[in-house]
Design a protein around this ligand. Structure first.
Ligand code: UDP
Length: 483
């Protein structure tokens, strides 16, 4: 580069699933707003999900580069370029999807070359990215998509295998060499961990983690004040280089930015806001289980009955899966439910403008599956949460919310759900948990704590805040490496 104030060029390469693409796009915007030249790489069918930032980047210029996804070569059906649809359907297809990912190394290297990139920020699911960056003598930063708590928890589990020292799947064990007295059970771990078996996916994950450790460092969508003990542990005890730059969702300031993350909303955002505007502050509970998890009809029925019994107003996002799409009759809700709930509840079938909803003053609680993005968005909105983990690292996030931060209550999920169809939670548990976060002294206490965390979250990304400063340090460090 040679100039006194060199402009960094960074390529962001998100894994093609909404829970990974959304935060990485937000992160790319943050870098662009600090004057970094940024390109996001994705495949043609994923372009619509990231392209909105072109016009809505808050003044930042973000380039989008595409590379062809080798669906045919990998034996995948036409149009299969996003993992979201696969995770729900078949392990075999998901394995094929990961095989296709490995074929992206060469085209990505071509882009690194053409773009004269100074740094590659690549998702953990691209293990080969560390070597790809090394070929060009540039650092690869890894994005895991989770917070310090769960990254540290996973390391504790892998290193010390406490789950092998208990006698049954339901006997709690304490996470060793891990801050706090955090307990889990074997039931809350994936089957392959519980049974100690190696699968194609465990091999991919092992490789990904190993490549992550060899990478230059980790960029984390979190803020220091949220999980200081775990951020310190990750850096000082585990010895990992990491920069916290979140909550990245907070970079979306106006309603349009907030509404345009991920997929096209299934509800008109103005209608949604109009509806929320008619409600009193903190009087609506928002229920959403992320972009992947879906429930069978009987579980949806329990949720509907629990919500009705709670007496609370709600916005409920029901994923358009085979359960709800194909039927004329809505037999996943009690008879007359939608009519009775006409004023009280809004059901969104499909994709909701989540951050727009959570940030509305009428929303006073969040029933969440504890995906990291949702967890952090709930914290940033300052709302108490009902935790309903389904799979992945969601059980760790639940512990952070309920036991460390004490801004939520668990609905009582006991088991990691391989089939991703959700545990069987009864209506009474839904009713009780929703009431606990919405009304009474306990709810007020949680709300006070949540509000204070939300203030810290917002300050963290403002000029001088911890995430703002960490992002600065990262940018300066990367610049200093430029020739
Ligand atoms: N999301 C959304 N509308 C929806 C469902 C999800 O905007 O109807 C967004 C949500 O705000 C979050 C992401 O999708 O940013 C989901 O990520 P998370 O880590 O919470 O869960 P995952 O989908 O990966 O299980």
């Amino acid at each position: 580069m040679g100039s006194e104030n060199p402009q960094l060029h960074i390529i962001f390469f998100p894994f093609m699933a909404h829970g990974h693409m959304i935060p990485m796009v937000d992160m790319a915007k943050l870098f662009a707003r600090r004057g970094v030249k940024v390109a996001i790489v994705t495949t043609p069918l994923n372009v619509p999900f990231v392209s909105r930032i072109k016009t809505r980047g808050g003044g930042a210029k973000v380039d989008i580069q595409t590379i062809k996804f080798p669906v045919e070569k990998a034996g995948l059906p036409e149009g299969c370029e996003n993992a979201d649809s696969l995770i729900m359907t078949s392990h075999e297809m998901l394995n094929m999807f990961f095989k296709a990912l490995a074929m992206l190394q060469q085209p990505l290297e071509q882009l690194l070359h053409d773009y004269h990139a100074d740094c590659l920020v690549a998702d953990v699911f691209f293990p080969w990215a560390t070597d790809a960056a090394a070929k060009f003598g540039i650092p690869r930063l890894v994005f895991y998509g989770t917070g310090f708590f769960s990254m540290t928890a996973e390391e504790s589990l892998n290193r010390y295998e406490p789950h092998k020292k208990v006698l049954s799947d339901s006997e709690p064990f304490v996470m060793p060499n891990f801050p706090g007295d955090i307990k889990l059970t074997r039931m809350q771990l994936p089957d392959f961990v519980r049974q100690g078996v190696e699968t194609d996916m465990t091999k991919v994950w092992k490789e990904a983690v190993e490549a992550g450790m060899r990478s230059y460092g980790t960029v984390v969508n979190s803020f220091y004040e949220l999980e200081p003990a775990y951020a310190d542990h990750y850096r000082k005890v585990l010895g990992r280089k990491a920069w916290h730059v979140g909550p990245v969702s907070a970079c979306n300031k106006d309603a349009e930015d907030k509404a345009q993350r991920g997929k096209e909303s299934s509800v008109d955002e103005h209608e949604c806001l109009k509806w929320l505007n008619t409600k009193k502050p903190k009087s609506v509970v928002y229920i959403c289980f992320g972009s992947l998890a879906s429930f069978n009809d009987s579980q949806l029925m329990e949720i509907a009955m629990g919500l009705e019994a709670s007496g609370q107003q709600f916005i409920w996002v029901v994923r358009k899966g085979k359960n709800v799409e194909k039927k004329d009759r809505e037999d996943w809700v009690p008879k007359g439910f939608e009519k009775r709930m006409e004023d009280k509840g809004l059901i969104i079938k499909g994709w909701a403008p989540q951050v727009l909803i959570l940030d509305h003053e009428a929303v006073g609680g969040f029933v969440t599956h504890c995906g990291w993005n949702s967890t952090l968005e709930g914290i940033t909105a300052g709302v108490p949460m009902v935790t309903w983990p389904v799979f992945a690292e969601q059980f760790y996030n639940e512990k952070l919310v309920t036991q460390v931060l004490k801004v939520g209550v668990d609905v009582g999920v006991q088991r990691y759900c391989v089939e991703l169809k959700g545990d069987s939670i009864k209506k009474e548990a839904v009713e009780k948990a929703v009431k606990r976060i919405m009304v009474g002294e306990e709810a007020e206490e949680m709300r006070r704590r949540a509000k204070s965390l939300a203030e810290m979250a917002r300050s963290a990304v403002e000029d001088g805040g911890s995430s703002y400063s960490d992002l600065n340090s990262l940018i300066e460090e990367l610049k200093s490496r430029c020739p």
